[in-house]
Structures are given as C-alpha cells and as structure tokens.
Design a binder for this molecule. Structure first.
Ligand code: G3I
Length: 346
C-alpha cells in the first residue's frame, strides 16, 4: 500500500488536523484526501470560533471541513465542546468577570452543546466533549477552569450527559495532553472512574501525544498508559500526534527569538540524521499502536506538512520546526516511510 489510509484500511482511523483555509491549496487537499480517512478541525469547532456570541454561530469553516470529508469518504471528529482555552467569556462569566451562577452556566453549556452537536448530527462520528480538564500538578486532579468555578466539580459529568442527550449516536471522548505520564495517567484513571460511577457514556480517552525527539521514554509510557485505560474498559485514540525536533525552550521567549541560530537550528532544513531519528521515533509509536488492536482505534496527526504545524509558533513564534510526516514542499519524509511500513506490517 502506498498511502496511510490504504495501509490502515478496516483497522484504524488515521487522521489529520486541518484548518479549513489550507484546503484551498490544491496540492495539500490532494495529499489529505489520498492519505487520511479522518479529519479534525484544528480550530474551527472550538467554542469561541464557532459560538462567539450567545446568539451568533459561525459554522462556515467547520462546514467546509465536513463537506471535504464527505466528498472523500472520511470521518470527522468534533474538537471540542468544553475547554478552558478558546472559549467565549460569556459562556461562564458575567460582565465583571464573576462566574455565572450554576444554572446560568449550565444553560449556556446546554445551549452550546445542543446547537453545535445538533448542527453536525450524523456528520461527526465523535466529540472531544471535554478537553484538558486535568491539572498538571498538585493533589486536586481537576484544573480550576471557568466552567468548574461556575458549575461546580461535576461540570465534566454534566457536559457528557448533555452531549449524549444532544446526539445519542455520537461517540464521546475525554481528551488531554501528557496523559501518558504516570502522574497525569493516575489522575485520568480517577476521572474515568468518576465518569463511569456517574453512569455517563465515555467511549474513549484521547491522548494528544505531542511528543519530543529528546524525550525517548514517551513511547514506553504511552504503551503502559494505553493498557491502563483499556483495563477500565475504554478505547484509546492518539488525537494530536507530532514529534517536536527543536530544543526545549529554557529561557524567555524574546531571548530565544532574538538568538534564532541557537533556538532555530534547523531553519535551513532537517539534517538527515535527525530525520532518521524522528522516523525511528514514529515507528516506535506505531509499534505501540499495533500492540493494542481494537483498543487504539484512531491516530490523528496534529497537522499535515511541517509548515502547517502549531509548533512553528509555540512556545515562541518564528521557529522552523519539522514535527510531521511531510516537509514544506509536501515531500514525504523518512518519518512517512517509517509510519507507512509499520502500519502495513500485520
Ligand atoms: O484566526 C486568528 C486570525 O484571525 C489572527 O489574525 C491571528 C493572529 O494571531 O490569530 C488567529 O487565531 C489563531 C488560531 O490558532 C488560528 O491560526 C490563534 O491566535 C492561535 O492561538 C490559535 O492556536 C491554536 C491553539 O490550539 C489555540 O490554543 C492552534 O492553531 C492549534 O493547533 C492549537 O491546538 C491545540 C488543541 O486544540 C488542543 N491541544 C493542544 C493543541 C496545540 O496547542
């Protein structure tokens, strides 16, 4: 098989995050249609872009992604309904920044979920109902978000209940980053048990998998976390996979940008030995995926070619990262060959 979707056929959804406007590029659109069987909107389905005002919706970009997917026989994933970032203030806060009452905030959340899931009913196979709700540190396993301050600790349960009511056929996911790391894995297990005790539908845990080439233990941790989640009876999806090749930022953002040479070592291209190391890293991840058939049901890359990655502007703008399977000219990298070969191995 020459494409990812052919190699994964019938076994795995293999997806990419796209921004709708990038589909104007014919070359990129062709690549996406040929290689993937699943799309996630990189920003288009998020609460702030799609529902900026209480009575105003903006479905244009998301509709475009859905139409493209339908034209090319691909699934669509909805990302996301409830998140502390890219959410409109009015949803959980009053005019002076004070949290809304529980009832008001729940009404807003219900209105949002009903309208958005209703709009895409039958077109979106599953939703990241809640995104990144787990704390990075400390004993409190949940982040203190605006939604939590307004609604209370059970806002996650409520969001899942509302989502299930809005579209009983949609799969429902909980999505987060770093949840292969033991501390966050344990907090995630705790959340899964809370959701199950509340009796809500939870189909899968989304593991974002924003990995780094200088973090060699992540694939092993991924393997262990997948097994731990599977033991709770949920499926696992790798939802935002990429492999950052740049050095970690150790100093202030402005300093790093000024000294581009140090912070941006692969400005003129990725050296072959680094490209090969990245290919081995990707192969290792797909070997882990292969160890969990029927548990890992989707792998989505967070972008398509290296120029279209959020990692060129995070943690600082203006870096030249190379985290994905195609280079800036849409040529396949060694990482593409490695993923294809690992996928194609039974
Ligand atoms: O659309 C505006 C544009 O009108 C404006 O001119 C421009 C100026 O900065 O900003 C544009 O919006 C940006 C948007 O991406 C679209 O390009 C936002 O500033 C920028 O913050 C936003 O970044 C997105 C980020 O989520 C927001 O938190 C990234 O594209 C997107 O890749 C990233 O994705 C997240 C996942 O949703 C959740 N997991 C982590 C992942 C990476 O951060």
């Amino acid at each position: 098989a020459g494409t990812l979707r052919e190699a994964a056929e019938g076994r795995l959804l293999v997806g990419a995050a796209v921004m709708s406007r990038r589909l104007d590029d014919r070359g990129l659109a062709t690549l996406v249609a040929e290689q993937f069987n699943c799309l996630t909107g990189e920003n288009e389905f998020k609460p702030a872009p799609i529902h900026p005002q209480p009575d105003r919706f903006n479905f244009e970009g998301a509709d475009r992604i859905v139409a493209f997917a339908q034209a090319h026989d691909m699934e669509v994933i909805g990302h996301t309904l409830c998140w502390h970032s890219q959410s409109p203030r009015w949803m959980y806060q009053g005019p002076d920044g004070e949290p809304l009452s529980r009832d008001e905030a729940l009404r807003n959340l219900e209105g949002h979920i009903d309208a958005v899931m209703g709009h895409f009913k039958g077109k979106v196979v599953g939703w990241d109902v809640v995104n990144e709700a787990i704390s990075d540190a400390g004993d409190d396993h949940l982040r203190n978000t605006l939604a939590r301050r307004a609604i209370g600790h059970d806002y996650i349960v409520k969001a899942f209940e509302l989502a299930h009511e809005a579209d009983p056929d949609a799969e429902l996911y909980y999505n987060d980053y770093d949840n292969e790391q033991p501390e966050k894995r344990e907090k995630t297990l705790r959340l899964i048990r809370e959701l199950k005790a509340a009796g809500v539908r939870l189909d899968a845990v989304g593991m974002q998998c924003h990995f780094r080439l200088d973090e060699p233990d992540a694939p092993d941790l991924l393997d262990r976390a997948i097994a731990a989640y599977a033991a709770e009876g949920v499926k696992v999806m790798l939802t935002e996979l990429d492999v950052d090749v740049l050095p970690r930022r150790t100093r202030g953002a402005d300093v790093v940008t000024r000294e581009r040479g140090g912070a941006d070592p692969y400005r003129d291209g990725l050296p072959p030995e680094v490209a090969e190391a990245q290919a081995r890293y990707y192969a290792r991840i797909f070997e882990v995926v292969r160890k969990h058939p029927g548990v890992v049901t989707r792998v989505t890359f967070w972008g398509t070619h290296d120029g279209a990655s959020w990692l060129n502007s995070f943690p600082v703008r203006g870096r030249t990262n190379h985290p994905l399977l195609w280079d800036r000219d849409l040529e396949p990298k060694p990482a593409f060959e490695a993923v294809l070969e690992t996928l194609a191995t039974p």
